[in-house]
Design a protein around this ligand. Structure first.
Ligand SMILES: [Zn+2]
Length: 175
């Protein structure tokens, strides 16, 4: 499916003659406007405490409502990925993280409001020292520490999160 299939009209002039230009873009035959679909930036965090437990959240909203997830979300405009992940962690778990380390990224498709949103999910590792208070809020209905030996990737509803857990070698070393 073309990433802009649901976008039927030119967003500049409103013409219906908004046609596929190439695999990533559509062209308005009326005004010449070309619109490219680029992936949205998103972040997610592996937050590990000194007992080698992973902080997980339960998703409060669709997609994949009720399944486990890592704290994270879309980056806002004018925000760095590092600011984005710190903000999302604060919103969903109430933790202020200091040290964060970039790990890897995975392209993903996130179905929202009936539209497939292409994302580039960037994963970070955050290590937490000592006891911290956690409070679930925003997109998280619960948050809790899960011993790394009890992590099963199939409990995580979003595909890229499952894949990240599967490929996160440091988790295997902590078991
Ligand atoms: Zn147009």
């Amino acid at each position: 499916m073309h990433p802009l299939e649901k976008f039927e009209y030119c967003p500049r002039c409103g013409s219906k003659h908004f046609v596929v230009h190439n695999e990533k873009s559509k062209l308005c035959e009326n005004c010449g406007f070309v619109y490219y679909a680029n992936p949205c930036s998103a972040t997610a965090a592996f937050i590990i405490n000194e007992k080698n437990e992973l902080l997980v959240v339960k998703r409060a909203k669709e997609p994949a409502k009720g399944t486990l997830d890592l704290p994270g979300g879309f980056c806002d405009m004018y925000e760095t990925a590092e600011e984005g992940i710190r903000r999302e962690i604060k919103e969903e778990t109430d933790i202020d993280v200091k040290d964060i380390e970039y790990l890897f990224s995975i392209p993903n498709i996130y179905r929202y409001s009936g539209i497939d949103i292409h994302t580039l999910d960037m994963f970070y590792l955050c290590r937490i020292k000592g006891d911290v208070e956690i409070h679930a809020a925003d997109d998280a209905s619960e948050c809790f520490w899960l011993p790394i030996s009890e992590i099963h990737s199939e409990q995580f509803g979003l595909r890229s999160i499952r894949q990240a857990i599967y490929q996160a070698d440091f988790l295997k070393n902590l078991k």
